[in-house]
Design a protein around this ligand. Sequence first.
Ligand code: CTP
Ligand code: ZN
Length: 153
Amino acid sequence: MSGEPRCLQISPIRNGTVIDHITPGEAFNVLRILGITGTTEERLSVATNVVSRKSERKDIVKIENRELRKQEVDRIALIAPNATINIIRNYLVCDKKGVEIPEILRGVIRCPNPGCITNTREPVQSRFEVTAKGLHCLYCDWYLTEDIAGHII
Ligand code: CTP
Ligand code: ZN
């Protein structure tokens, strides 16, 4: 045991979404995916690098009165593949799902290659396939292996 006290770090919520088991340090990237930056009206709790039951570290984001769209969950999967999405209604966890990285990402990633057709004025939506070597641009063959969070549209 690390000797750190285990205490309730953030209060339960009544209605909304708890994104749990986020890769430690990624909570603010999750918020950016959800369009939450700067001044906000959302009622949020964020905890970063807290000790979880398995004594690993994790981040947590709680958002009241909001449920996530599939395209948001798919983006979160890219930076927090072990995240759990809990839907809370009247204080109860009424749905709990893991996230899954789709095989093909359409309009999700900005290609780092400035010469890629998806970075021109052409109305072409980016398309990447998820491979063991990284995210592969199906237009210019580029492999994105670093800073995936920074390339999410
Ligand atoms: N939670 C919350 N408000 C509620 C109910 C739950 O903020 N009214 C949070 C809990 O603090 C936890 C997450 O939602 O972070 C999932 O709750 P629960 O399934 O009860 O916790 P665990 O069993 O620990 O979840 P897991 O097995 O996914 O780790
Ligand atoms: Zn490309």
